[in-house]
Design a binder for this molecule. Sequence first.
Ligand code: MUC
Ligand code: MG
Length: 367
Amino acid sequence: MKITRVESIPFSIPYRKPLHFASGEVYAAEHVLVRVHTDDGVVGVAEAPPRPYTYGETQRGIVAVIEDVFAAQLQGLTLLEREQVGARLARTIGNPTAKSAIDMAMWDALGKTLKLPVSELLGGYTDRMRVSHMLGFDEPTTMVAEAQRMLDTYGISTFKVKVGRSPAKLDTAVVRALREHFGDTIELYVDGNRGWTAAESARAMREMSDLGLLFAEELCPADDVLGRRWLVGQLDIPFIADESVPTPADVTREILGGSATAINIKTARTGFTQSMRVHHLAEGLGVEMVLGNQIDGQIGTACAVAFGTAFKATSSYAGELSNFLDMSDDLLTEPLQIRDGYLQRSSCPGLGIEVDEDKLEHYRTDR
Ligand code: MUC
Ligand code: MG
């Protein structure tokens, strides 16, 4: 189980339907495939999605930090020495998706070595999750049509609507149009990606108070400390912290400070090992969790569903597991399938996914 090699391969797959949100936009999945090899000939895989507007990472930066710093730190360690790996990687500040992809690829390799699914090694709570789809910025009629397509084609009936545009009128009109079109047959929540001020958020939430929203997420920046506390204190639905809680310490600070009342767990930024810490902490603090999406491809989504299905708290709400549907292609030999609104996790060893070498050859950008 000794780690012999770590690969970091940049690739680019265009989006069929680009995603726009308050902090940025995505036209192509310019991610990094990470592979951890062991002396048994086992290879674990995961992907790192750079999100400069969220964590400051870039595709080239992820490849560089893995090649120049992390790969050497893993040399000589085994797949079971995850805490040792974590401690060594922690000597470098930041780089959450690079570190997480290494961690998840190690878990995949461990599962393959032990011939057990990662989800069962993590917690083994269930084998499938309800899916929530993220709807990016557009006009109300287009967003309603997109939600209808997701419902008709995949059975998805939970939607996270991107908001945070100023003035807020267009966003509130979108949410109202969705509710009016679908009635109570769908679940709706909103994510501002810090686009509004606390006062704009409060006004928009009042405007949408009759729309039966499940949650509001990261409507304004957590750094607006008192404004955010003021906002969260007046809401009658949970306020999810997402990009403001990339570490367990951040979760503690935001929840105990009254700046959030629920959290988003993303395996892309906390891997499996740190996500477990975040999960256990949130459980101890008594706050709800939603399994989030870092605009993952199918590899990242396989990681997310492996983690989400491992625990009761992460699988009780619909998980954000569907934005790979907006991509024009992906890297897996067997594409993930969302049916009747659910995504099944694999019951094969590790993550139960296999990279299609021809596709990787086609989409990699380092040759
Ligand atoms: C989300 O939940 O915010 C968009 C930006 C980002 O960092 O993650 C996505 C989804
Ligand atoms: Mg979010």
